[in-house]
Design a binder for this molecule. Structure first.
Ligand code: SF4
Length: 437
């Protein structure tokens, strides 16, 4: 989401006549985009901004700003933490940045733009040159109140962008060569639940879809040139029969869902306020895999939540095994100010959090290896991205399940953004290897 926000701000600045600098050292103006979901991320953003302010004092920069969730959390205190900061902008006020830069260049400093929780942001559809892949935010904010999460405080209440606006943006992107679009929302399957996303005069769904998110997918599915539609993140409550029907009926909708589980212990899930039980979560995964056993499911897990016992942790391990995740991101719990869980003792020692993290990652490696091994010999439709990060002689791309696929490009490498059929010859826990079929 922050990558997308940074892209949008860069596009707004290009439209206002600014040019992107080749490097940080060449820049006259610098803005740091911050995340406050974890303490470490916020500290890094604030530290980096402090470093830029030193460059400004030394005369190498003309203006410096901070944007993003950390600004919304810190409010006016951001200027105490970062004296000399020209401007600070929260997530729903990015449209103000070009004007703030002008004012900063005219000598103003200490300007703060933060929003109320229900504010509707402007300039959501700004895109620069995004190549063949683009992100678009369809649902802002979050109405869930997970005990450990600061997002609802800093990203505000849920707001679904009108489906018509999203479709127009996607069509414009496709006309510029975008082949794959990723729809973003903290809990994206809640699209259209809090505020209506479809107007009464929008055409009815040809497929008879009644739920807003599958209906949005159906609208995007018809856009010429757009070949793949992804979205993140999911929640088990959104894994409805209609969503499964959309996956089955719409070939452009990739068969992958990022479905954060956070814990496999019912006791911990209840404390977290996640709104599902272990059984309900597993039922959602089973439903997705029932119509396609290769359906890719990835997840996020927190280890060391306050009071997490060995038994709770073992429940997480067994859930991950039962769900058969294709990939998992494991996070060590850290309390965030103002959240419910910050009032609880952070009582799992750091070494134990690290041990649990390592155990889950080792489990996932073995599981990923086994799941990927089943794909050996199959032919995957790959969107080629370019030379692989590890070995420029080979190329990488992703299949519909978002699996990284490395292949030999042959004598005439394809253009990035080309679809290719790749036969899988070898597999690793997180990567497939193959040759152009
Ligand atoms: S669903 Fe829960 S964890 Fe995700 S953003 Fe909303 S409050 Fe945070």
């Amino acid at each position: 989401m922050n990558v997308r926000d940074s892209e949008a701000v860069a596009a707004l600045l290009s439209a206002a006549g600014y040019e992107e600098a080749a490097s940080e050292e060449d820049a006259d103006i610098a803005i740091v985009n911050s995340c406050t979901v974890r303490e470490r991320a916020e500290n890094k953003a604030v530290g980096k901004t402090g470093y830029l302010l030193a460059a400004k004092r030394a005369g190498r920069l003309k203006a410096a700003g901070l944007m993003g969730c950390a600004v919304q959390r810190l409010g006016e205190s951001v200027f105490k933490a970062l004296p000399g900061l020209d401007f600070a902008v929260g997530p729903r006020r990015y449209g103000a940045i070009p004007r703030l830069i002008e004012r900063a260049l005219a000598g103003e400093s200490g300007m703060l733009e933060i929003s109320g929780p229900d504010e509707v942001p402007q300039s959501m559809d700004a895109h620069g040159d995004c190549g063949f892949r683009a992100f678009t935010t369809v649902l802002l904010g979050c109405d869930n109140r997970c005990s450990y999460c600061i997002v609802p405080d800093v990203r505000g209440r849920e707001y679904s962008r009108p489906a018509r606006e999203v479709a127009a943006e996607a069509a414009a992107l496709a006309a510029r060569g975008v082949k794959e679009i990723t729809l973003l929302g903290q809990s994206v399957l809640r699209y259209g639940r809090r505020n209506p996303a479809f107007a009464p005069d929008d055409p009815p769904s040809p497929g008879g879809y009644r739920e807003p998110f599958p209906r949005l997918l159906e609208m995007l599915q018809t856009i010429p040139g757009l070949e793949r539609i992804r979205f993140t993140s999911g929640h088990p409550s959104g894994c409805t029969d209609e969503l499964v029907r959309a996956f089955a009926e719409m070939p452009k909708v990739c068969r992958h869902l990022h479905l954060p589980v956070q814990s496999g212990s019912d006791r911990v899930l209840k404390e977290m306020g996640r709104g599902y039980t272990r059984a309900r979560y597993l039922a959602a995964v089973a439903k997705l895999r029932a119509f396609d056993p290769e359906f890719a499911v990835t997840t996020d897990v927190i280890v060391g939540y306050p009071g997490e016992t060995d038994a709770d942790f073992e429940d997480t391990r067994s859930l991950m095994e039962e769900a058969g995740f294709d990939n998992a991101f494991v996070f060590k719990y850290s309390p965030r100010p103002g959240t419910r869980s910050a009032l609880l003792a952070d009582d799992v020692p750091r070494e134990e959090k690290e041990r649990r993290d390592a155990v889950l990652l080792a489990d996932q490696d073995a599981r990923g290896a086994a799941r990927n091994a089943r794909l050996a010999g199959t032919v995957r439709r790959i969107l080629a991205e370019g030379p692989s990060a590890r070995n420029a002689a080979r190329w990488s791309g992703r299949d519909g399940g978002n699996r990284i696929t490395v292949f030999e490009p042959g004598a005439a490498p394809p253009a990035p953004g080309t679809f290719l059929d790749v036969r899988i010859t070898r597999t690793a826990p997180q990567t497939l290897y193959g040759e152009i079929a």
